[in-house]
Design a protein around this ligand. Sequence first.
Ligand code: GSH
Length: 368
Amino acid sequence: MPLKLYNFWRSSCSWRVRACLAMKNVDYKYLPIDLFKDGGEQKKPEYLEINPMDQIPFLVDGDADVAQSMAILEYIEEKYKNPPLLPKDVKLRAKVREICGLITSGIQPLQHRKVLGLMTSEDAKLKWAHDCVASGFEILEKILQKSSGKYCVGDDITMADLCLVPQAYNAVDRFSVDLNKFSVISRIYLSLEENPSFKKSHPLNQPDCPIQVPTFVHGDVIISQSMAIMDYIDNKFEGYSLLPKDLALRAKVKEICEIICSGIQPIQNLSVLQKIGEANKMEWAHHWIQSGFDSLEKVLQKSSGKYCVGDDITMADACLVPQVYNAMFRYNVSMSRFPTISRINEALLGHPAFQLSHPDNQPDCPKK
Ligand SMILES: N[C@@H](CCC(=O)N[C@@H](CS)C(=O)NCC(=O)O)C(=O)O
């Protein structure tokens, strides 16, 4: 009977255990416990019956059950010997446990959801979590400067790395900690990001992770649909706004976004093309993009300055560039009949934000 792991895709403590099982190639049944649904499935009587602690991860192995990620890691380590995740040398083994303790008792609990729930605002939560993680990382960095080789302790992956990777991911992804300030932590984190066991156990690769891409996660806020995400980012983060203050211009930006996001992209997305079939899909995509671009060209002839609406970059431009890229490189649409779209696209491709976010510059883009 395979092991059963009660866990949640986003939970860093769960990731530690999933990574351990992946390293040791142990098969297990994934039992999702949604920490957010209906006030949290971890608090439901049926779960508390299994695990009196309203937490995950929780491992069941026949008549054995174990809570607390470190106890689970030790259990798996003792039961499945290869590859070992604790060094043979007693001093190194203690060092691994020291690093695990620092992360699992000294950092993670301070940024636990229950603690953050005591803060009065989203900003206060983020500041608290950021500061706790950053100050913990300052200490961790000093320890790792002495202990690390390729990984946290020497050149072999250990339990310390199982704790480090999820915590570093949380730090960057949820609490905007600047990892560049911690050169050893970021070196180890970046090298392990590519490791197949960490990839397999990664939050975004779990069956209960919301399947739609893009999905944006910010603290407890989880949003999919690109327009809704852009709107959130625009309102949440001060500084440059991608929506004009003027009401009419703002409406024009949204009109252009909709032409692209509702009028062009959905007709040429993968699931539609699969239905259309291999033989006809290019012609189909070509046709609908061209007819969408015909309308868009006319709108832009009136609305554009340097960019889609006037001379400032807006959400409309954020929609335009990826659609032109698709048109040109996936569906061979000739852009010569769309001079305004092409001109704006060229101008935007020179901008650092569009270079940084370009498909070719993403970590999951296959190396050429
Ligand atoms: N020390 C525990 C901590 C477990 C823990 O904090 N789990 C979190 C998810 S990472 C949880 O279940 N939270 C429940 C909640 O937020 O209500 C361990 O290492 O397993």
